[in-house]
Design a protein around this ligand. Structure first.
Ligand SMILES: [Ca+2]
Ligand SMILES: [Ca+2]
Length: 178
């Protein structure tokens, strides 16, 4: 086999390096994070939430009545943090035979979600008996499901920040009949 080397007499075009724009990572903060804290509630409850409703709120300005002592005493959370800062509490009245999916969006601070069963006016304190309590205390957003049987049930849904964190949130409740 004869291998021949043929020299090609042409010039390679000059390689021009394209100008590369420096990549700048732009982290866009959620617009809810610039929301101002709300007014202090009259009493301990900041409002009412119903099936199908969405509440945009901020824990700043809420009362700081519930903290780890309360949530631990009422068996709300499997793990414990400080929730010493202000919380927002919403009254949620459920009809019988209903499933309610409660969701918390917490885009700015790590807020957590609680619900204490409370058929009376106002809010329970440490000395009151709370028959049921739910929570989602994981990092970031939270969610849980509330279910009624043959009787109506009233819950106090609370949004509370870990380690006194205060921030904006979106709370929503979606319901369906069982
Ligand atoms: Ca609190
Ligand atoms: Ca959380």
């Amino acid at each position: 086999m004869i291998l021949s080397w043929v020299a090609c007499d042409f010039e390679l075009p000059e390689v021009v390096e394209p100008e590369v724009e420096p990549v700048v990572a732009i982290v866009q903060e959620d617009p809810r994070c610039s929301r101002s804290p709300g007014d202090a509630p009259e009493g301990c409850v900041s409002g009412v939430i119903r099936c199908g409703e969405v509440v945009d709120g901020h824990t700043g300005g809420g009362l700081a009545r519930w903290s780890n002592d309360f949530y631990r005493e009422k068996f709300c959370a499997p793990i414990h943090h400080d929730w010493d800062g202000p919380e927002r509490v919403y009254r949620f009245e459920m009809e019988p035979m209903l499933v309610a999916n409660v969701e918390l969006e917490s885009p700015c601070e790590d807020l957590d979600l609680f619900a204490a069963s409370w058929p009376h006016e106002g809010c329970p304190d440490l000395e009151h008996s709370v028959t049921a309590c739910e929570s989602d205390v994981l990092d970031g957003d939270g969610a849980f499901r509330l279910v009624t049987q043959d009787n109506p049930q009233t819950w106090l849904i609370a949004v509370d920040g870990k380690r006194s964190a205060q921030g904006a949130f979106t709370l929503s409740v979606e319901c369906q009949h069982r």
